[in-house]
Design a protein around this ligand. Structure first.
Ligand code: FRU
Length: 536
């Protein structure tokens, strides 16, 4: 306990001296102008999550690896900080962590917006649109007007730096007003391209096939199943091996959006025979990808060499997306996550964890282990730890519960509070009685911009041995949590006052041991280059 205290005090000095942010946006501008570098320093600006320099962003699009670069395109409004004029913004990375902004890739033209879609590498020039027989990059997107949504393609022969819209567009027109978000992949077994596309208001995903990315034949439809209220968007179909058995299963991701509960994502586990996707589970089973309020339109990268399946999602929710209090930009993308399939007592489920590269950002480190938490013990020794850019791994063990009456006696709650100050806190906790992980942002700071923002998100996370782990990424206004090795993912936005930046371990009732605790300060991914000074 004594060592614990000493190490925290030492490191807390380090952490607090590294990150003393100004109190208000106005003060910040003054300070950053003095140092000549206001880049990515605005209030609430994430330091290690991708966000555009300015203006509105929503879904990730066109995720593809090509010639040493991971491409991230995204729904973007070049003209403002609200949704509109949809175009594809563009960034590239060589490590899935540091992003280089590139000029807009596909711009809205003559009232035709460029909605969400995907990108592939047309390796054998199946389309005939590539300059080289070795192929080129191809984007497949939804061309949107108020009356009609069709699928269109564009190609790039210079590693995605410039794009030409195919003159024969659209390549798929079913005369539908709502028909969008094509995700295309190469189906090796059948030697063909396969496209999943959403019919949002019918809660259906349609599958098409093509030999050349230009002529498409419909194969089948899936849905409505799972969560069927609201609309379906942004499908993604891919195979993945079950870790325990090596069996190949197919996973279908579907984003859904409702007026009442906003945006969320579900997935289905089943089989794909080259034409049809079949769900292994009952129609009414809903499998949730991320239990926070802010993870939507998540899709995976195509053509990745050998790192497995990589997912990124939009950290926002259509319910309040245009109202979150950030300027001159809106929204962030999640960390890049690796997806796995595992067998659990309840069935085969996806788990997810940020890519290993994220660890490169770790800076000063605090560690301790085996500390018994008393009821109400607030860990005063953490009092001086401050930070808005942190990675925290906390492993707890609570005493096993045998009987109903003991359950009541031992029930309790424990976890980690971040953005903790005198008035505000964001709680990541585990509730023993309900065996669930939760994040509580009711006291997290500014929640006033929308009446559904002040809330607690909850996910069942049963443990058979009383062990609970929380892997938490804290980034100014983003909190991503992975519970029990990615069994639960929970992503939420929060808008704390800059002064509220403490960390606290807490326990209420029950008998709980903090088996181990690691806290790192996390480096910014933006601090090297000054591309544009927003304070001008
Ligand atoms: C999902 C979505 C997509 C659409 C895009 C428009 O967030 O509604 O269905 O293509 O955003 O920006």
């Amino acid at each position: 306990m004594r060592n614990f205290y000493i190490s925290f005090v030492l490191v807390s000095l380090l952490l607090s001296s590294c990150s003393q942010p100004p109190e208000t946006a106005v003060e910040q501008e003054v300070q950053t102008t003095e140092t000549g570098n206001a880049y990515y320093q605005e209030r609430y600006r994430p330091a290690y999550h991708f966000s555009p320099q300015e203006n509105w962003m929503n879904d990730p699009n066109g995720l593809v690896y090509f010639d040493g670069e991971y491409h991230l395109f995204y729904q973007y409004n070049p003209q403002g900080n609200q949704w509109g004029n949809m175009s594809w913004g563009h960034a590239v990375s060589t490590d899935l962590l540091h992003w280089e902004h590139l000029p807009i890739a596909l711009e809205m033209e003559n009232g035709n917006m460029i909605f969400s879609g995907s990108a592939v590498v047309d390796k054998n020039n199946s389309s005939g649109l590539c300059d080289s027989p070795e192929g080129c990059m191809m984007a497949i997107y939804t061309a949107h007007t108020d009356k009609l949504q069709t699928q269109a393609i564009a190609y790039s022969n210079d590693r995605g730096r410039s794009w030409t819209k195919y003159e024969g567009n659209p390549v798929l027109d079913e005369n539908m007003k709502d028909f969008r978000d094509p995700k295309v992949f190469w189906y090796a077994e059948g030697q063909k391209w396969v496209m999943s596309v959403a019919i949002p208001k019918e809660q259906k995903i349609r599958f098409y096939e093509s030999q050349n990315l230009i002529d498409w034949n419909m194969m089948s439809e899936f849905g409505p199943q799972g969560f069927v209220d609201g609309i379906w968007e942004c499908p993604d179909l891919f195979p993945l091996q079950v870790a325990e058995t090596g069996e190949e299963k197919w996973v279908l991701l579907v984003s859904y959006n409702t007026d009442s509960i906003g945006s969320s994502m579900q997935y289905f586990v089943g089989d794909f025979n080259g034409r049809e996707f079949t769900n292994d589970n009952t129609d009414d089973l809903i499998l949730t990808l991320d239990y926070g309020r802010d993870f939507y339109a998540g899709v995976t990268w195509n053509n990745v060499p050998d790192e497995g399946l990589l997912l990124i999602g939009w950290i926002n929710n259509w319910q309040y997306a245009g109202e979150i209090p950030t300027t001159p930009w809106r929204s962030a993308q999640s960390l890049v996550r690796k997806l796995y399939l595992h067998e659990f007592p309840e069935g085969i489920r996806l788990t997810q964890t940020p890519v290993e590269a994220t660890q490169k950002l770790r800076q000063q480190h605090v560690h301790d282990e085996n500390v018994q938490l008393q009821e109400g013990d607030n860990y005063l020794s953490l009092e001086n730890i401050q930070g808005k850019q942190l990675e925290i791994i906390a492993e707890f063990a609570y005493e096993a519960i045998d009987t109903q009456s003991e359950a009541e006696a031992l029930a309790g709650e424990f976890g980690v509070k971040v953005f903790k100050g005198e008035e505000q806190e964001t709680i990541i906790g585990y509730d023993v009685a309900t065996q669930s992980l939760f994040m509580d942002r009711t006291q997290s700071g500014d929640t006033s911009f929308h009446d559904t923002f002040s809330e607690r998100t909850v996910a069942l996370m049963p443990t058979d041995d009383g062990t609970v782990s929380m892997h938490i990424y804290v980034d100014h206004s983003v909190v991503e949590v992975f519970g029990n090795n990615g069994y639960v993912a929970m992503t939420n936005r929060v808008f704390p006052d800059p002064s509220q930046d403490g960390v606290e371990i807490y326990a209420i009732g029950g008998i709980v041991t903090l088996k181990s605790l690691d806290i790192w300060e996390v480096d910014s991914i933006w601090n090297q280059t000054v591309v544009k000074d927003h304070s001008q």
